[in-house]
Each structure stands twice: as structure tokens, then as C-alpha cells.
Design a protein around this ligand. Structure first.
Ligand code: NI
Length: 175
């Protein structure tokens, strides 16, 4: 397994739409494993392939508490076919938008179909935090970031700060 580098906003690669995978082969499984390792080491609770520069519809998630048994999800071609009208507000963050958190309204429960690690067709009906997290990751596959739900002004401020932080990082002289 290998750690992948995570792209931070603003970046055109985060705005591009990802394509479905033909199936879950060794290459897709390796991508899932590397993404999961990258997510755990960040640490984060979810990661989508475009965040590591791969425009395939693959996401990984684990919302288990820090010291609890890991509960990893590796999903390919996730597709939401039902969403509740009831919504929840969740405080969201994103490895591509480091150090910013904001409340986003999401469907409280959803039903989705996806291909699992073995390429099998699966169905899942998550609710609450897991449902919100899956919606956040699927958004990435469509080029949508959680800050896109905020006001234009708020988003601009965040992006400007991220650009500034990136410039400062680039100026740092390696020790
Ligand atoms: Ni994200």
C-alpha cells in the first residue's frame, strides 16, 4: 500500500466529473486500499478518488470513533436512488479544504447501490452521519465541494486563505 497526495482547493481537478469504473479489478482494489490508508493517516473520515487525482467513481469512508474498531467502506460507482425529504445539519470538513468546517444540510437517510471490494452489486441504506458523509464523497465525484453550498462570499474568503497558505508553504525553505 502507498500513501497518495491529496489535492487541495482551488484546483481544476477537484471540479471535474469522474467516470464509472468498468468493474472492480486489482487496480481498483489497490486504489481503494491506498485511498483508505491515505485517509486514515490524514486523518479523515472519507476520501474520493478525484482528491488523489484519479477521476474514477470510487470512494472510501470510515466514520468509526478514533479508538473504536475500524469500519471501512470501499465503494465503486455509488449511486443514490432514494433520499429522504428529512434533512440533517452536519458539521463537515474535507481533506481538500484543510482546516475549514461548516454546517451543510443533507438528506437524513439515503439508499444507494454500489460495487463492493469484490465487485459485487450491493445496496445500503445509511442514515445520519454515515449518510451525510456518503453524500459528501459522492459530490466529489461530480466536482462538488462542501464549500460550494456556502455563500459566494464565504467560499471566496476560504479559497483566498487556502491560496495564501499554499504560497507560504511553497516559500518555506527545506531544512
Ligand atoms: Ni471532501
Amino acid at each position: 500500500m502507498a500513501l497518495l497526495s491529496v489535492i487541495t482547493a482551488p484546483d481544476a481537478r477537484l471540479k471535474a466529473k469522474s467516470l464509472p469504473v468498468d468493474g472492480v479489478d486489482g487496480e481498483v482494489r489497490a486504489l481503494m486500499d491506498n485511498m483508505l490508508e491515505t485517509m486514515y493517516s490524514a486523518p479523515g473520515v472519507g476520501l474520493a478518488a478525484p482528491q488523489v487525482g484519479v477521476h474514477s467513481r470510487v470512494i472510501v469512508i470510515d466514520i468509526a470513533e478514533k479508538d473504536a474498531t475500524p469500519e471501512p467502506f470501499r465503494l465503486a460507482n455509488p449511486e443514490i436512488d432514494w433520499a429522504s425529504e428529512e434533512t440533517i445539519l452536519c458539521e463537515e470538513g474535507c481533506l481538500s479544504v484543510p482546516e475549514y468546517f461548516a454546517e451543510v444540510s443533507r438528506a437524513q437517510s439515503i439508499r444507494l447501490r454500489y460495487l463492493d471490494y469484490d465487485g459485487k452489486d450491493r445496496e445500503l441504506e445509511p442514515e445520519g452521519k454515515l449518510a451525510a458523509c456518503i453524500q459528501h464523497e459522492i459530490d466529489h465525484l461530480d466536482g462538488v465541494l462542501f464549500i460550494d453550498y456556502l455563500s459566494v462570499l464565504k467560499r471566496r474568503i476560504i479559497l483566498r486563505k487556502l491560496i495564501k497558505a499554499r504560497k507560504l508553504q511553497a516559500q518555506k525553505i527545506p531544512a
